[in-house]
Design a protein around this ligand. Structure first.
Ligand code: ZN
Length: 299
């Protein structure tokens, strides 16, 4: 049986927000079982709490935002990716600003800090979402397919008309070990021209080569280069793992994402949720369910 997991201590990280250009502190605290992930806008006088669930999430082109309709926290996706990848069920996230700092553009700074403080288990079984049947969501050239499975498997494909990216595809079964070793360190990426344009328009006030891989027409501007040759597709999978966690629990399914982005992921998950295709299962009930399904198949 798998038990619910929180952190054994407090994690504090501080960094520049790329939208605001301000220094923003984030504190993650352990939480009681069955409380899920709760974000708090700790910088506001009333300290509003925004629980993580699919109804409180908005998928934007390049980021995911959490909102209660009045207050916002932008760029939650890499932190959610770390929570999902490390199988954290319950935590309180105090954010002293309107966005989560990007740090190096990967989930690794979160992963390292969470591993440093360690985990605390409760004797309450973990909750997960399983699929009742296959589901496909398409928007323009982007598409995502969800199929029932007993493990979380993600296959993603990207295409960018750039000599260093082109077409990349990768399939991986996600568990804490594969997440840490294969995915967590992959950084987000952006193109210099678009970045300059956004800076000039004032959409982003911070951001530098230390927050992302930045590409020119034919080269990488970061002096250290790539961390791994296919870092781009690995970051896409990192994003998908984070976006799936907007459901509030792990989604166990086989997922194929083609040319997808945050907006598509969140729209697809909202449709999946509304269509009633998600089955919330406690890990205790899961063993029986799997045996039952096997017997049914054998009939
Ligand atoms: Zn990302």
């Amino acid at each position: 049986m798998e038990y619910q997991r929180t952190l054994a201590g407090k994690v504090i990280l501080e960094g520049e927000g790329i939208f605001s250009g301000k220094n923003i502190k984030v504190e993650i605290e352990p939480a009681e079982e069955n409380t899920g992930i709760n974000f708090i806008r700790a910088d506001l006088p009333k300290k509003p709490v925004i629980p993580l669930n699919i109804e409180n999430v908005i998928g934007l082109e390049g980021a995911v935002a959490l909102t209660d309709g009045e207050h916002f926290i932008y760029l939650i996706e890499h932190l959610l990716s770390a929570f999902h990848g490390l199988q954290i069920d319950n935590a309180i996230v105090k954010v002293y600003g309107e966005e989560i700092p990007l740090f190096d553009g990967s989930a690794y700074p979160w992963v390292r800090k969470i591993q440093e403080v360690g985990y605390k288990f409760s004797l309450v079984p973990k909750k997960k979402f399983y699929l009742r049947k296959s589901f496909q969501y398409q928007n323009g050239s982007g598409k995502i397919i969800f199929k029932p499975s007993n493990t979380l498997k993600i296959k993603a494909s990207i295409f960018f008309e750039h000599v260093l990216i082109g077409h990349q595809s990768l399939e991986i079964e996600i568990n804490p070990r594969s997440y840490i070793n294969e995915i967590s360190f992959a950084r987000t990426f952006g193109f210099k021209d678009i970045l300059f344009e956004r800076k000039n328009k004032g959409i982003i006030k911070g951001g530098s080569l230390s927050n992302a891989i930045i590409l020119d027409r034919d080269k990488i501007l970061n002096p250290e280069g790539l961390r791994i040759q296919d870092e781009f597709i690995r970051h896409k999978i990192l994003d998908i793992i984070g976006d799936l966690f907007t459901l509030g629990h792990s989604l166990v399914a086989e997922i194929e994402a083609v040319y997808s982005n945050h907006r598509l992921h969140v729209e697809a998950l909202k449709s999946l949720y509304k269509a009633g295709l998600l089955e919330e299962v406690e890990s205790r009930a899961l063993a029986f369910l799997l045996i039952y399904k096997k017997l049914k198949k054998a009939e």
